[in-house]
Write a protein that binds this ligand. Structure first.
Ligand code: ADP
Length: 252
């Protein structure tokens, strides 16, 4: 699985954004990246996806992804952004285009089977001929996930995938992601804004501050002190029958 060693990156203005990131992901586990706006979460994802070229190592099963072709990287890593620009394609076409834009070939029988399978998996088969821009926000996000899954990746990266959704759709998307992780044994790397969702949903947490991962924790050792340090707030974590609830009582 993915292992990152001493990752450093600056945009053209040369201000360091990532200042030595180390992390390791596990198959079938949900790893949540937390941190304030500007901490470097999206930049970290861009490095893993190959959108920008960092210093340091990003290894996938021991191979440096810097040496991989775009196609090979797309076979390993799928990406679901906050909102996709879908244009006027149907659900079926959108998922197929996602697959072909990565693998660059004509539509094969296998491609058709894969697209049908992921539509079934996400229960959107009945929407196959609908125009994506006419769907609800939750349905659109399911299409975005289906599109990424059609690549058959080993790692799925989500950048705040529920930022524009209401609470019911947010729950629905997290349920889908959880199912994918456990059934397909795909590693999930996800940035989540909503702390209550994040703490109940994640298996492992990478808490980012100013371009470094300041804390790596699991569910049991994430605490108020760490959250308050990362976000600069006075948060409290309560346990309500096994569900974590976070309140924020002000700014530190
Ligand atoms: P996050 O996702 O945690 O909000 P980002 O990775 O988007 O953080 O941003 C980290 C830092 O990098 C911020 O200071 C941001 O202004 C800067 N940054 C992001 N994108 C660019 C860019 N294209 N050019 C220059 N600076 C950028």
């Amino acid at each position: 699985m993915l292992k990152i060693n001493n990752l450093k990156f600056a945009y053209n203005n040369k201000k360091p954004v990532l200042k030595g990131i180390n992390l390791e992901l596990e198959d079938g586990k949900i790893s949540v990246v937390l941190g304030k706006n500007g901490a470097g979460k999206t930049t970290l994802f861009k490095c893993i996806l190959g959108f920008v070229k960092p210093d340091g190592e990003i290894l996938f099963d021991g191979d440096d992804i810097a040496n991989m072709s775009r196609t090979n990287r797309a076979k390993l890593i799928g990406y679901v952004p906050q909102e996709l620009a879908f244009g006027s394609l149907t659900v079926y076409e959108t998922i197929m285009v996602g697959r072909l834009s990565h693998f660059g070939t004509f539509v094969s029988v296998e491609d058709k089977e894969v697209v049908s399978r992921v539509m079934d998996e996400l229960e959107i088969g009945h929407l196959a001929d609908d125009i994506v821009s006419n769907l609800s926000g939750g349905e659109r996000q399911k299409v975005a996930i289906a599109r990424a899954l059609a690549q058959d990746p080993k790692l799925l990266i989500f950048d705040e995938p529920t930022g524009n959704l209401d609470i019911q759709n947010e729950q629905l998307i997290f349920d889908v992601v959880k199912k994918i992780a456990s059934e397909r044994k795909i590693a999930i790397l996800i940035a989540i804004h909503n702390l209550s969702f994040a703490l109940n949903f994640g298996d492992r947490f990478f808490l980012m501050k100013d371009g470094i991962i300041k804390y790596t924790t699991d569910k049991t050792s994430i605490n108020e002190e760490k959250l308050n340090d990362i976000y600069g707030v006075k948060a409290k974590i309560y346990d309500l029958d096994g569900t974590k609830v976070i309140t924020v009582g002000g700014i530190k």
